[in-house]
Design a protein around this ligand. Sequence first.
Ligand code: CAA
Length: 381
Amino acid sequence: MDFNLTEEQQLIQKTARDFARDHLRPGVIERDEKAEFPKEQIKMMGELGFLGMMIPEEFGGAGMDTISYCLAMEEIAKADASAAVVMSVNNSLVCALLYKYANENQKQKYLTKLASGELLGAFSLSEPQSGSDASNMRTFAKQDGDHYIINGTKNWVTNGISSDIVILMCMTEKDVGYKGISTFIVEKSFEGLSKGKKENKLGIRGSDTCELYFDDCKLPVENRIGEEGEGFKIALGTLDGGRVGIATQALGIAAESLERSVEYAKERKQFGKAIGQFGAIQSKLAQMAIHVDAARLLIHRAAKLKDEEKPFGKEAAMAKNFASKVAMDASTQCVQIFGGTGYMKETGVERLMRDAKITQIYEGTSEIQEMIIARALLEEK
Ligand code: CAA
């Protein structure tokens, strides 16, 4: 594996770092406190090409590789994990799905606007009774001439409130399990679609999450992606890429925790010397550094395999499982190093700990990632 970044990759990393410094770090604590969506910042990220990074330019994207996407995402997540998940969902779940599975008309109509940031997308798979067991959904689309009529409730939809377009997975045939699931493009203005209240969350409070209610929602047949029954494989195939994005969001939180901890260990004095001079603190810093680097290597391996169009589902699951644990551990240690100061909102480090937790839950819990890894191991020849 080549560990050197190309000039283009270094430039993207720097652009993201500068943008995060100038536009995401200011106000991040207040946005978290008020659970305020970073609307202006997301608009600017679209202008910079960060919302459709891996989509070719002909479809409104930036035409970059997955490593570049990870480099930019890490910088964004270091500053604001809420902005990072908005970016991850639009890139890896919405644009990537449309690019891989949608037809030419759908790409022209929707992908170009989503990849350029003109529109924002959401991905809706989960339902109240089907989280990890994703295929056990009930929302049903019944065909009626040139339309489908959709009824049901989806939940935990990231970008749910702010999105213009929702990629929806729902049943089109009963009693055939996952083979009855299809994928649709839903516009927010479609009659019969309504959005629930903005959920009040522990972390990533700047991103919005809500339920979606489909009450005889009328959707044209041409908005179905692929054939009926292909929806579950489309969703799982897309989530492999999504997990690289979320792993990188977790990495950003962990890297920020390490950086903040090192700075503080140098400046905070106790017993007459900087706390970084104590073995107990040094050990924490060293372990954090090892784990942050290991997480980055796992992520970049998965990204590289993806760019080479090789199977990467197991590697993405490994990266997400590991990086999310590293984010949780590193952010907790960061608060510990900051002590009482870290427990206060003003430092912003307690936010890292709250933001980290979701990375072990969404886009497949850590336990689901282990299931995916173990199944792949047992199936390997
Ligand atoms: N790509 C394509 N197809 C795949 C696949 C993949 N990665 N993984 C499995 N499949 C195929 C299987 O081969 C199988 O097809 P065949 O019968 O033809 O072989 C079919 O899909 C069904 O697979 P399984 O029998 O393995 O399905 P399962 O019901 O046991 O579920 C699971 C597998 C991995 C547990 C899956 O349900 C899962 O990933 N659950 C977690 C759900 C999840 O990640 N939700 C995230 C919601 S979105 C979100 O969180 C976004 C956000 O807010 C930020």
